[in-house]
Design a protein around this ligand. Structure first.
Ligand SMILES: NC(=O)c1ccc[n+]([C@@H]2O[C@H](COP(=O)([O-])OP(=O)(O)OC[C@H]3O[C@@H](n4cnc5c(N)ncnc54)[C@H](O)[C@@H]3O)[C@@H](O)[C@H]2O)c1
Length: 260
């Protein structure tokens, strides 16, 4: 008789920033695909609400900038799930304004969430991913591949994520762990809505219209849906994506393809 596996056969994904936007849409996509979903977010109430709306999901609230709390939540999530096959590091914050306006506190806020949080999420998850030959998906942005005027700090943080993903892809290739950066253009999420409120100078709709003018589709330009990014993140977690590692994958309607 074949030896029975002690490992839970149901695959599991851990998602930081899973309480909102792209992270939430990814939680829904992976749950729909029959995976266990562990949600880490600093908004504990929203994380629990998302988990309760899904089958086989649980919330492990933590601030990703607090490495001890983050690591503890990841340990608890792995124990709950029994295994870890994919990690989506989606917790992130937007920052906008000329470099003269960037304070040391703002620098710390943005780099702590967007770079430190992603790096230490990866560090804590790698041992579990090694044992399943799983995959790490790090959320960058079109702003990690090309300059966005007036957003130097955000671009610097997202550029760092691209090279973090590529370096980890090389370091972990012989373990069978794949690592990719995902680089969306403007996605209609609470982040984009609050960007428009905060930086639209009293005209959020005008702010959004100016963003749409950057897309090459002209009059038919639209914002990307979080569910579209989630679909790419789902594909990258599947065996069909086993040749894809060390990539920075754009999902931006051609925004970063070149000037037009
Ligand atoms: N929306 C876009 O247009 C867009 C485009 C490109 C890249 N991105 C990136 O995609 C990711 C998700 O963005 P979104 O639009 O879904 O944002 P969102 O604001 O809708 O969701 C982000 C989530 O991250 C959580 N979070 C923020 N800081 C945290 C922290 N310190 N610890 C734990 N959780 C924290 C928030 O509570 C929230 O639930 C981010 O990394 C963002 O930079 C977004």
């Amino acid at each position: 008789m074949a030896e029975q596996s002690l490992v839970d056969p149901q695959p599991a994904v851990l998602i930081t920033g899973g309480a909102s936007g792209i992270g939430r849409a990814s939680a829904e996509r992976y749950a729909h695909g029959g995976w266990k979903v562990a949600i880490i977010d600093r908004d504990g109430m929203a994380a629990r609400a998302v988990a309760e709306s899904l089958d086989d999901a649980a919330a492990f609230p933590a601030d990703v900038t607090d490495v001890a709390a983050l690591t503890e939540s990841i340990v608890l999530a792995c124990a709950w799930a029994g295994r870890l096959d994919a990690v989506i590091a989606a917790a992130g914050v937007w920052s906008e304004g000329p470099i003269e306006m960037v304070t040391e506190a703002e620098y710390q806020r943005v780099m702590d969430v967007n770079v430190k949080g992603v790096l230490f999420t990866a560090r804590a998850c790698i041992p579990a991913l090694r044992s399943t030959k799983g995959t790490l998906l790090l959320m960058s942005s079109d702003a990690g591949l090309q300059a966005n005027r007036g957003a130097a700090l955000y671009c610097a943080s997202k550029g760092a994520v691209v090279l973090l993903a590529k370096t980890l892809a090389l370091d972990l290739a012989s373990d069978g762990v794949r690592v990719n950066a995902v680089c969306p253009g403007d996605v209609m999420t609470p982040m984009l809505r609050s960007q428009a409120e905060e930086h639209g100078a009293g005209d959020p709709a005008g702010y959004l219209t100016r963003i749409l003018a950057n897309f090459p589709q002209g009059d038919t330009a639209r914002f990307i849906e979080a569910s579209e990014v989630a679909e790419l993140l789902w594909f990258l977690g599947q065996p069909g994506a086993r040749a894809i590692t060390g990539a920075a994958l754009s999902i931006d309607q051609g925004l970063s393809a070149g000037t037009f």
